[in-house]
Design a protein around this ligand. Structure first.
Ligand code: ADP
Ligand code: ZN
Length: 433
């Protein structure tokens, strides 16, 4: 099923024409309503009339998270305050959080793109769907919530927390679908075990997982433990929230809602646009947003774009999995390391739980990497020889994938802190020194 075949299966030329028209209108709109963009464009000597087609996007300025912070709270808002009906904020671990205002129309677009995603996952009006992203300033909860309602399925706004009660609700209300972070999906699986219940006691069928990077191996793990089919859901608050892109049944990339969010991949150093297929930083322009429209917003997310025809019938461009955020990338002894590489290795091996932590430090001017990983309960033993062999197998495998050696620490099951929202996988002590 396809929610909006008109847009999701639009001919490529037609899509480009639509994007060109929308970009022209957007540029006029921000030029006249957002001094920040007017000044930037004037400094670059670009007038709104210079933008004639979507290809002219390269003439436009980029926007960074720092720009949002510098203009905190409402400096980049284009719509008058009376038009704003809701405000969200992204987590803002450092400095000011970024504040995003939505008009009524923005919220309608959001629930439209979320309904497209859910339909692609196979969710229908007959499903009962639990939204276990956090409700509140975070976009995950309310964003998914209104998408489920728009689709016409029954939404259960469980949010996070009180996981045992949640599991009983999944069982008693015959909840068939769930939206949450992959970390929370694992936590659900663990809680299910603890309660002495089995996945067969629940009727979960489909999961919309996102808000943090996750690997193919993690997908298999969650699918197997919850008896579910897991789909990728991507988004970010600056652009909208969840629903910027979504996987279809083919599961080889996520379709971007490019009639609303125009994607580019750039080289983060030179800022040049890269051709499809090459990995770089993902950049979005919000083609239809009214509240806080953004030109060429640099997401810091690293991935590739693909324009091959998809067997599902949708014609929109697809993005590959997020390899990591450029600010998640660790440089250890000069070598780039992503937590997702470690996750992938750990989950290839039967011995380990998908629970790990990378601890980076600097000792005598040399970077060190420690990988803590939980051993599965049935694999944990007093047999030191066996444990040492297990440790060596993981260390060897990590060395061959990361090209640097890591000090492996085998941990008891349950000892690494669990997350109900976005998982935390790195402690970098070098920043403190
Ligand atoms: P922040 O985490 O910056 O406060 P958000 O809560 O809006 O902001 O989260 C958006 C970010 O979450 C994205 O830029 C991306 O890094 C990550 N993210 C969201 N969905 C996915 C996904 N499906 N796969 C990988 N990463 C994701
Ligand atoms: Zn598809």
């Amino acid at each position: 099923m396809i929610w909006n075949p008109n847009k999701e299966c639009m001919g490529r030329e037609q899509m480009r024409a639509l994007q060109s028209k929308r970009l022209q209108k957007l540029v006029q709109y921000v030029y006249h309503n957002v001094p920040f963009y007017r000044h930037k464009m004037q400094a670059m000597d670009v007038a709104p009339e210079d933008i004639k087609s979507i290809d002219d996007i390269v003439k436009l300025p980029f926007t960074t998270k720092q720009d949002l912070r510098d203009n905190y709270p409402y400096g980049l808002q284009a719509a008058p305050p009376s038009e704003i009906v809701r405000v969200h904020a992204s987590s803002g671990t450092t400095g000011n959080p970024t504040i995003v205002g939505y008009t009524r129309k923005d919220l309608a677009v959001w629930s439209e793109v979320m309904a497209r995603a859910l339909t692609a996952y196979g969710v229908t009006r007959d499903d009962t769907f639990s939204v276990s992203y956090g409700y509140g300033l975070f976009t995950g909860g309310l964003g998914a919530h209104y998408g489920v309602e728009n689709l016409g399925a029954t939404v259960i706004p469980t949010s996070t927390g009180n996981t045992e009660k949640h599991i009983r609700l999944i069982r008693d209300l015959k909840i068939s679908g769930i939206a949450c972070t992959p970390s929370y999906a694992l936590y659900l699986a663990e809680t299910l075990d603890k309660m002495g219940l089995k996945k067969e006691d629940l009727g979960l069928r489909v999961g919309a997982f996102g808000a943090e990077p996750w690997t193919e191996n993690m997908r298999h793990e969650i699918e197997q433990r919850l008896g579910i089919k897991g789909f990728n859901l991507y988004g970010l608050s600056e652009i909208m929230g969840p629903g910027v892109s979504y996987e279809c049944q083919e599961q080889n990339g996520s379709h971007i809602n490019e009639d609303h969010f125009y994607p580019e991949i750039i080289n983060p150093e030179t800022l040049e646009q890269l051709p499809n297929g090459e990995q770089g930083e993902l950049v979005f322009t919000t083609l239809t947003k009214e509240g806080m429209p953004l030109l060429r917003y640099r997401t810091k997310d690293l991935c590739t774009l693909h324009d091959e025809v998809c067997a599902c019938g949708r014609t929109s461009i697809k993005m590959g999995r997020i390899v990591g955020r450029s600010d998640d990338m660790l440089i250890i002894r000069g070598i780039n390391v992503f937590p997702s590489q470690v996750e992938s290795v750990i989950l290839e091996m039967q011995e380990f739980e998908p629970q790990y932590m990378l601890v980076v430090d600097r000792v005598n001017n040399l970077d060190t990497l420690q990988v803590q990983v939980e051993v599965r309960r049935e694999q944990f033993s007093d047999d030191i020889g066996r444990m040492l062999a297990m440790k060596k197998r993981l260390a060897d495998r990590l060395k061959s994938v990361l090209s640097i050696s890591a000090d492996v620490r085998l941990m008891e099951p349950g000892s690494i802190e669990r997350s109900q929202g976005k998982g935390k996988h790195v402690i970098d002590n070098r920043q403190l020194k």
